[in-house]
Design a protein around this ligand. Structure first.
Ligand SMILES: Cc1cc2nc3c(=O)[nH]c(=O)nc-3n(C[C@H](O)[C@H](O)[C@H](O)COP(=O)(O)OP(=O)(O)OC[C@H]3O[C@@H](n4cnc5c(N)ncnc54)[C@H](O)[C@@H]3O)c2cc1C
Length: 374
């Protein structure tokens, strides 16, 4: 086997796996370097909500594009990926939040995303275990859920079947067209894709990425207790918060009948240990919305780290610091959703093909000149 490749992808989380598949499908000789296990980083910790979000026009464009790609792929996904187009319900607790439902609906509609406004009774019919009465909700019917580690394994498996090769080693350095592995092997390629998630800056110091810790709880099997991905509208306040700790009601039905309960966001929390106080406040929040949820049996709690950028958009495209290096990282809480769109944008850009949506908002060069590329 040659150690000279067209593209080397460092990192086989869901983003690197999607990039590897896209490269291999287009006939590029592709190597993938993964130091731990495929889909074992943030991808293993993620919730797997495939969601259109309207934080900014650029976020809306990438999440919508990516959700469409997931829907297109869904017929080919194996059962273990557990893809379900269950839809999202953005739950409004009062009239003020219903105004937000109407605003959101108008924004989604103008972007071509189907939504439906549910009143209090319709919401209670759709989700009988929610607290009653609540004011209503925005239903986004084509949003979906999936099981992220199996999705990453499926994407990488596709890349390997198309001729890509996996090096199960840590990359010690990457740059100037060379990736050095921890067994001393040098891999060569004109293009290196750094998809190292929160660790991307170990290979390219100075990237504008901060770790943002999250906790999740999973219950035993309670089929139909929850039917849609349920998110409180206050979730947006939590996701926007620059304060260290925030929690929001965010609950997901798994195909197994299990219920995934989220979610928390913490900066300056570098340790992966479970913080009981955070879990308590997540459960308390969930119980406010679903009074019976506290009576269910939780079987596991875990944490993971999102790779957050200052403007909440990922870094996709060439690095201003190294000609051979392309970035595919910084996806914060949306990397499962946006993995497929990221891969298309990145590889289109790399091959000089017109991208389907403008790539400019995600180009790493937007931070050039700041401390980002010191
Ligand atoms: C609690 C929580 C809930 C979330 N929920 C959702 C959700 O519902 N929907 C959604 O869209 N997103 C969600 N996310 C975000 C999502 O999980 C991440 O954005 C996504 O998994 C990032 O994927 P990645 O491939 O960039 O990173 P990772 O999955 O972290 O993969 C990076 C990989 O690179 C490897 N690597 C790094 N450096 C090297 C090196 N030097 N050599 C070799 N290998 C290396 C690592 O071992 C790792 O496997 C959530 C995240 C968390 C923490």
């Amino acid at each position: 086997m040659s150690d000279v490749w067209d593209v080397i992808v460092v990192g086989a989380g869901i983003v690197g796996s999607a990039c590897a598949l896209e490269c291999a499908k287009r006939g590029l000789r592709t190597a993938v370097v993964e130091g731990r296990g495929v889909g074992s980083g943030a991808t293993a910790a993620g919730m797997g909500h495939i969601v259109v979000m309207d934080d900014s026009p650029a976020q809306m464009a990438l999440t919508h594009y990516s959700r469409t790609l997931w829907a297109d792929l869904s017929g080919n996904l194996p059962a273990d990926v557990e893809y379900e187009a269950c839809g999202t319900l953005w739950v409004a607790s009062d009239e003020e939040e219903m105004q937000e439902v109407r605003r959101k609906s108008a924004v989604y509609t103008s972007a071509g995303v189907a939504t439906e406004i549910l009143d209090s009774q319709m919401l209670s019919d759709a989700e009988p275990n929610l607290r009653q009465p609540l004011a209503g909700a925005l239903l986004v019917p084509r949003d979906a859920v999936l099981y992220p580690p199996c999705a990453a394994a499926f994407l990488l498996g596709g890349a390997l079947r198309q001729g890509a090769r996996l090096y199960s080693r840590k990359a010690l350095s990457a740059g100037a067209g060379i990736v050095r592995l921890d067994d001393g092997t040098d891999l060569h390629a004109a293009r290196i894709v750094n998809a190292g998630g929160t660790e991307a800056s170990e290979l390219l110091p100075g990237l504008p990425i901060r770790k943002r810790k999250g906790h999740l709880v999973i219950t035993d099997r309670y089929p139909r207790f929850v039917r849609h991905q349920l998110v409180e509208l206050g979730y947006l306040k939590s996701a926007h918060s620059l304060k260290s700790d925030s929690v929001a009601f965010n609950v997901q039905p798994r195909r197994t009948g299990q219920i995934l309960i989220g979610s928390s966001r913490q900066y300056e929390a570098e340790h992966s240990a479970v913080d009981a106080k955070i879990v308590d406040s997540m459960i308390e929040r969930a119980q406010w919305y679903m009074p019976q949820i506290g009576a269910l049996s939780a079987i596991r709690v875990w944490t993971g780290f999102r790779a957050a950028t200052p403007d909440k958009l990922p870094l996709i495209g060439p690095s201003p610091a190294d000609e051979s290096m392309f970035l595919a990282t910084g996806h914060e809480g949306l990397g499962i959703t946006t993995s497929l769109g990221t891969a298309r944008l990145l590889v289109d850009h790399l091959q000089g093909i017109q991208t389907k949506i403008p790539i400019e908002p995600y180009l790493p060069g937007r931070f050039a000149g700041s401390e980002a590329h010191a």
